[in-house]
Each structure stands twice: as structure tokens, then as C-alpha cells.
Ligand binder design. Structure first.
Ligand code: SAM
Length: 326
């Protein structure tokens, strides 16, 4: 694959043209600094990875226009597609007379993209895939976050999902009047679903930090809460939430602390798998790493520890410092 070519068109905009698919090119409208950063990556652009066997087809849905459907059974973590965009553009425009005055221009980093196939993926409040943008290959990567059966619709999330239906409706109003997904249209489970999502939201990162800093910390009680929170994620189909791998990691460490090595190993294995699915999960993993142990004492990638006193001390110190710092 040939190296990218940049076509400067003005002082403020550059076009970066990359092979996309079937003679089409990805057109990226970016500020020069961003275009330079993108094309300066080693061996840029890396080849777009594709699954060995076709994974999906695009066809009509009953009520959401076109959608993407599984062409065969797909495993958790399986690559569904990687795709270069046909167009990437800044969310705002630079102009000599913008509404907010001369400095009202797009913020660096806020871009949108149009894809031939990925743009057909509909939203679900219980999505079965997770998507991330891979800069080295300049492609959008979609992976299964749980098993998907042949013929099942492939879905993604357009908004944060740890919120009740009414809030999600507001968040989705930018592109739909009402969500037709299985969670939003199942009135029998609506109350229980809202309660579980509110419980997940209440366990934010900082709640965990505060909890860890509390004088009365009881690892067994914290572990039970974490496991319940994970069951809530699974019941709601929210494995895509950033909190899921984070709780997997914390509950794994706590299981080790309370002497349940079998559970610790299961959680560790799952956490590792989820950390592969999306780069931001690695960020969650790093957050937890930082939370529990200073970087210099982390020989292992996941840093699993079973030494109660050592971990407990770090939890206390780091949790406390963080709370004061905020
Ligand atoms: C990115 S497009 C997805 C593909 C689209 N269905 C099509 O035919 O091209 C987003 C649009 O699809 C529809 N859509 C996606 N998810 C939906 C959902 N859960 N409920 C209702 N409409 C949805 C809405 O019209 C939305 O503006």
C-alpha cells in the first residue's frame, strides 16, 4: 500500500488521501498539525485487518432503515470489520465571520467520519459490539462484545447507556425520535432495567475511589457489591461500558485478597480479554493499575496481587490522596 499523500489546500486545511475500498479514497479534512501527526506514524498507514470469512451483510430492518446483520455465528472478541472512512471532517468550520467571533472554530480533535458499511450500524441500548478508531491503520474497528448468532442484528451505542430510558431518549434525540431497540421496546422489563442502569451509574470511578478510602473498608463487602454490579452489566447487556472491565479487574484483585483464588483467576482472564477489545479498556486497566499500585512496583501487565496488607495499604493511600486532590 502506498504512503499517504497530503494535498495542502489552504493554510488551515489539509486533505489526506488514503485508499479506502474499491477505488474509493478516505478524504480527511484536518488541520495541518493533525494531518502531520497522523501521517508521521511509523509505516503509516498499516494495512486494514479484515476477518478471514465475511461476517456481516447490510439489509433492511423492519423499522430503522438499513442495518448490519451477522452472516454467521460470531464469538466474543471476534473482529467483525475494520474499515477506512470515506470522509472525515471537523465538527465545526473555520470562517472569517463565525457566529461566536473570530476565535469560534472547531476544536482540535473533534472530528466525524462517514463509512460505507459501519455507518449502517444501528444503535442499541444493549449493543453487541464495541467500536474503536485505530490510528495506525486509520480504520474503524468493530468487535463482538459477546456471542452473536447468525442473522442477529449487529449494533453499537450512540450514547452513554448507564442511564434510565428517559435520559437515553434525550441523549439520542439528535438522531431519532424514539429508540426501537429491544431494551427500550420491552415495557415488561423497563422498571427493572432502569434500576439496574442507575445502580451501575452510581458506581462511577470516583465512587470506587471514595469507597476504597473509607475507614470501614471491608474487602468481602466491596467484592459482593462489585460482583452485583457486574451481574447488572451482564443482565443489561452492558459489557461495552468502561466500568465493566474496571470492575472485573477490581473484583479479581479483591477475590485474591479474600482468598478466593479461583474467582480471581476467572476475573483476571476475563479482564484481560476485555482489555484487548478496545484501547480505552486499556486506559481503564491503567487507571485501576494506578489506583492499586504505584507504577514502579508493577512487574506484571495486570499486576494481580494476593498480598492483602500490601494492596490494602496502597488502596488506602492512593484512594485518599485522590479524594483530597479532587
Ligand atoms: C448511522 S445511521 C444507521 C443506519 C441507518 N439505519 C440507515 O438506514 O442508513 C443512524 C440512523 O438510523 C436510525 N436508527 C439507528 N438506530 C436506531 C434505533 N435504535 N431506533 C430507531 N432508529 C434508529 C435513525 O434514523 C438514525 O438517525
Amino acid at each position: 500500500m502506498s504512503k499517504s499523500t497530503q494535498y495542502p489546500t489552504s493554510e488551515s486545511i489539509q486533505f489526506l488521501r488514503l485508499p479506502a475500498k474499491q477505488e474509493r479514497y478516505a478524504v480527511v479534512i484536518a488541520e495541518p498539525t493533525i494531518a502531520e501527526l497522523i501521517s508521521a506514524q511509523p509505516n503509516f498507514p498499516l494495512l486494514v485487518k479484515t476477518p478471514d470469512e465475511p461476517t456481516y451483510e447490510i439489509r433492511a430492518t423492519p423499522n430503522m432503515g438499513l442495518g448490519m446483520f451477522a452472516k454467521r455465528d460470531l464469538k466474543t472478541d471476534e473482529l467483525i470489520l475494520s474499515e477506512r472512512p470515506v470522509l472525515v471532517y471537523p465538527e465545526g468550520f473555520r470562517s472569517s465571520n463565525p457566529p461566536g467571533g473570530p476565535n469560534d472554530r472547531w476544536k482540535i480533535g473533534d472530528y466525524r467520519a462517514v463509512y460505507l458499511d459501519s455507518s449502517r450500524i444501528n444503535h442499541s441500548c444493549s449493543p453487541n459490539t464495541i467500536a474503536d478508531f485505530d490510528f495506525p491503520s486509520f480504520s474503524f474497528v468493530v468487535r463482538a462484545v459477546r456471542e452473536i448468532k447468525e442473522g442477529e442484528e449487529i449494533s453499537t451505542m450512540y450514547c452513554g447507556l448507564a442511564a434510565p430510558k428517559s435520559s437515553r431518549r434525550q441523549l439520542l434525540a439528535f438522531c431519532m425520535d424514539s429508540c426501537s431497540c429491544s431494551v427500550c421496546t420491552n415495557y415488561a422489563t423497563a422498571v427493572a432495567s432502569d434500576a439496574r442502569r442507575l445502580a451501575i451509574a452510581s458506581y462511577s470511578e470516583w465512587t470506587v475511589v471514595k469507597y476504597l478510602a473509607a475507614e470501614s473498608i471491608d474487602p468481602q463487602k466491596l467484592l459482593e457489591d462489585m460482583l452485583q454490579c457486574m451481574r447488572n452489566h451482564e443482565d443489561e447487556g452492558l459489557e461495552t461500558a468502561l466500568s465493566y472491565p474496571m470492575f472485573l479487574d477490581i473484583s479479581g484483585r479483591l477475590s485474591g485478597m479474600v482468598g478466593d483464588q479461583k474467582l480471581a483467576d476467572t476475573q483476571k482472564e476475563k479482564a484481560h480479554m476485555f482489555s484487548q477489545i478496545r484501547a480505552s479498556y486499556t486506559r481503564a486497566e491503567n487507571f485501576v493499575k494506578w489506583l492499586f499500585e504505584p507504577a514502579e512496583s508493577m512487574p506484571e501487565r495486570l499486576g494481580w496481587a494476593v498480598s492483602h496488607s500490601k494492596d490494602f495499604e496502597h488502596m488506602w493511600n492512593i484512594g485518599f490522596r485522590t479524594q483530597v486532590g479532587r
